[in-house]
Structure formats: C-alpha cells, structure tokens
Design a protein around this ligand. Sequence first.
Ligand code: SF4
Length: 212
Amino acid sequence: MKGKISEIFFSIQGEGPFAGLPCYFIRFFGCNENCSYCDTKYALSGKFSLMTPGEVAGKIKGGFPVVITGGEPTVQTDFLADLVSKLEGRRIFLETNGANSIKRIAEKFDFISFHLIPPPTRGKKEFITEISRVRFGVKIVVERETKLKEIFSIAQFLKNFEKGVLILQPLSSRKRIVPAAAEKSLRFAKAVYPAFPRVFVIPQIHKLLDFR
Ligand code: SF4
C-alpha cells in the first residue's frame, strides 16, 4: 500500500506541551477540512509523493521522535496504521482533526493533539472519548469567531478524562501571532481555569523562530 505524503522534514515541535522537542515530521497530504487560517494549504492540493510505509520510515534517522501531521493523517487511515507499525519503538505524536476513527491504533501514540474546530459536537466528543486512553490535548485555534461558551463546553467535557489537557492556540498570521487572538486566549484561559485547571495558552513557537 502507498500513501500520499506532502513532506518529511526535521524541526522542533512547535505546538502543545512538547513544544521545543526536536522531531522528524511526516506531513500527510489531503484534508477533509478547509480552515481559513490553515498554514499548510500546500498539503491540501498540489504536489505529493506516493510512498510505502517502509519508504517513509526509512527517511527517519537517529532515535528522534516522530510527529505525524497533515493535512489530515486520518483521511489515509489504513496507511497510517501501517506506518505506525513501521515506526514502532519510537515516540510518535499524532496531530489530527478527528476526521476518522483511530480506535484500533490510538494506544500506539505517545500523545495525540486533537485540533477541535468548534462547535464541540457529539461526534467530536466521541472522538475525544476514543483517544482518552492515551495522553492527549484538545487544541483550539483562538480567532475572532471563537466563543467562550464553546471553550467552556469542551472544558466541562474534558473533566471526565484525566489524561487530557486543553490548549488554546492564538491565531497566527504569516509568522506573527495576532495580538487580539493572544489577548483573547489569555482572557479565555483565565475564565476557564477555575473550572478546568489543565488549560494552557501555547502559540506556534516554530513560527517565532522562522522554522518549518
Ligand atoms: S484541519 Fe488542519 S490541515 Fe486541515 S484545513 Fe484545517 S488547519 Fe489545514
């Protein structure tokens, strides 16, 4: 089986609780969403390489952790499952918008970052339940349309899962964090913390460093 791969590169993890960790990135091609703020549009349409799981795993050198990202990795679920088995023995992180179930492989990941695009529907809450056996973060990009009641709703739901954290990621534009989004993220975190203290405001630090 071959999968569509946009790129494979080395950088630091720029998001979430492992921000700063040097990692290899495997970017899957294709996505089921089309977010206005997407900074990887090139992985949604255009060029990709067709590769086997073994060919992809062969590009990962040394003992570094691997971040599987996109696009949206779960649009190629079977290929993802095969790739993860080839990467066994490494720390593997997954970044997903929860497009498809990963129930059968969730425990292969050291951390799952679930990009929740509000509102938090029943299907999205089911996905969180599915990944809750491993450490996970629900990431919400805070932009102009983001509503505090949606953040509260998901924080309330996350109380059920001790391995989950809530990450508010202020919107970036090009290489800059939008000041209004940063201010709003802080305000939301302050409001949510008393009910749910596992809330963080973490910007995309790779952009600040001008890394990929
Ligand atoms: S889910 Fe992620 S990759 Fe897909 S369009 Fe939105 S930001 Fe881009």
